[in-house]
Ligand binder design. Structure first.
Ligand code: SF4
Length: 455
């Protein structure tokens, strides 16, 4: 396979970004070289997302475009991976017979074997409960021969896959399977390798990190290791400047985890805690297994441990059965928590989910009005929150220092733009910055102390 080139197009969440990195490295290990030019590619992989209808339609239309490429280049191999691959399996081949390979979310580690003994139109989408995530040590050079590598200073590190919560609207348990936690030794080994490779910030990744190590038989977890325990172990790695994690389900948010924000120095004071709705009736129909009151209690506890913590969330508007009062509950929750930011979406039916069969669907117009109202109020609150940072000094990890693009990020996950930055300051460096202006989605900063190594 050496000398062949590949192109991976990634859709959706950080989990998919991470899986694309793994596939790129596996291909690099058998001689493939990455390209970003479609015409140069011998293998094109679409790593897909099916969280919303729109995401899936995007994949299908792109596969239509690739049909023309394949006509011009018959040797071109087309592979569909990720959640649409898992969800649709051989239906993709039926609809798009020019697709050579469909690889499921638990099958990415077999990619090169599947390519090697490749039969036409093969599908590998087995989803097994006792799946063990293989060990994986990232090698950022693999598959990137002759490429100028960007300065890498932060990385996602997957600690688990799948979810057991079966929220009634969500495809994840159907496309990523039941919760599987990676072995502690594999995670620690990978985290050490990342820090040794110069990574300053690690984000621990999972669909519901709070239940790490709680649900599946992870052979080397003799004593139940909680997520908080794992977090402290990773945080203790010398040279790791910042630690983050995503995503959490409020029902599994323990006090043990929340107090880490008061005790673990390099744990960044930002928590993304999806609430989805402010109405208990809707939360119950969503099968979220917590109430508005419990959610608020967790928020208050978090803020008691870490008053400066920035809290962001996810919200779905227009869930089946959501009436005007229910929506007002979501609006009042926004007021009460004053989220620093949020990702909000209109509900859409997803194949295989329970809510797709629910009655009392909300019309598109109402959904759009609710979304627009929620987002404009959120924007006002985000600006208000951002203004509270003006004239204060924060440690900012620089992300880019090229030409006009001089930008970094605070521990609270706020983007900070700089008009000037000394050329000796590199991505991954931490500088002290005084915030001089606040916008809706970012801040303006001035260097306060250029002592790069000070957190
Ligand atoms: S907790 Fe998250 S990933 Fe799991 S089913 Fe619910 S929405 Fe999906």
């Amino acid at each position: 396979m050496s000398g062949k080139s590949f192109l991976i197009k990634t859709f959706g969440c950080q989990m998919n970004d991470r899986d694309s990195e793994i596939m790129a490295q596996l291909l690099g290990e058998v001689g493939y070289v990455e390209t970003s030019v479609t015409d140069q590619a011998d293998l094109i992989i679409l790593n897909t997302c099916s969280i919303r209808a729109k995401a899936e339609q995007k994949v299908m239309s792109l596969l239509g475009v690739l049909r023309k490429h394949k006509k011009k280049k018959p040797g071109l191999k087309i592979c569909v991976a990720g959640c649409v691959a898992q969800q649709e399996g051989d239906r993709i081949i039926k609809k798009m017979p020019h697709v050579d390979l469909v690889v499921g979310t638990q099958n990415i580690y077999q990619l090169t074997d599947l390519l090697k003994d490749h039969e036409a139109n093969s599908v590998a989408t087995s989803l097994v409960a006792d799946y063990v995530i293989p060990a994986f040590i990232p090698d950022f050079t693999k598959g990137k021969e002759n490429k100028v590598l960007p300065v890498l200073f932060r990385k996602f590190l997957t600690i688990m896959q799948g979810c057991n919560n079966y929220c009634s609207y969500c495809v994840v348990p159907h496309t990523r399977g039941r919760e599987v936690s990676r072995k502690v030794s594999h995670i620690i080994e990978e985290a050490h390798a990342l820090v040794e490779a110069g990574i300053k910030e690690i984000t621990l990744l999972g669909q519901n990190v709070n239940s790490y190590g709680q649900t599946n038989s992870v052979s080397d977890i003799k004593d139940k290791v909680t997520f908080a325990g794992l977090l402290r172990e990773v945080a203790a790695i010398p040279g790791l400047k910042r630690l983050r994690f995503t995503t959490s389900n409020p029902k599994d948010l323990s006090d043990e985890l929340m107090c880490c924000f008061a005790e673990v120095e390099n744990l960044s004071p930002h928590f993304h805690l999806p609430v989805q709705s402010g109405s208990n009736k809707v939360l119950s129909a969503m099968h979220r297994k917590y109430t508005r009151e419990l959610y608020l209690e967790k928020i208050n506890t978090l803020r008691s441990y870490c008053p400066e913590i920035a809290i962001t969330t996810d919200v779905i508007v227009g869930f089946p059965g959501e009436n005007a009062e229910d929506f007002e509950e979501t609006m009042s929750l926004l007021e009460e928590v004053h989220f620093h930011g949020s990702y909000s979406f209109k509900y859409s039916d997803r194949p295989g989910t329970r809510s797709a069969d629910f009655s009392d669907k909300i019309d598109e117009k109402t959904k759009s009005e609710r979304l627009q109202r929620f987002q404009s109020r959120q924007d006002e609150i985000s600006l208000e929150q951002n203004k509270s940072y003006v004239d204060k000094v924060f440690p900012v990890m620089i992300e880019k220092n090229e030409g006009d693009s001089k930008v970094g990020r605070t521990g609270t996950n706020h983007l900070v733009h700089f008009a000037d930055l000394d050329n000796s300051i590199n991505p991954g460096d931490i500088v002290q910055a005084r915030i001089v202006h606040a916008g809706q989605h970012s801040l303006q900063g001035k260097l306060h102390i250029t002592n790069k190594d000070e957190i």
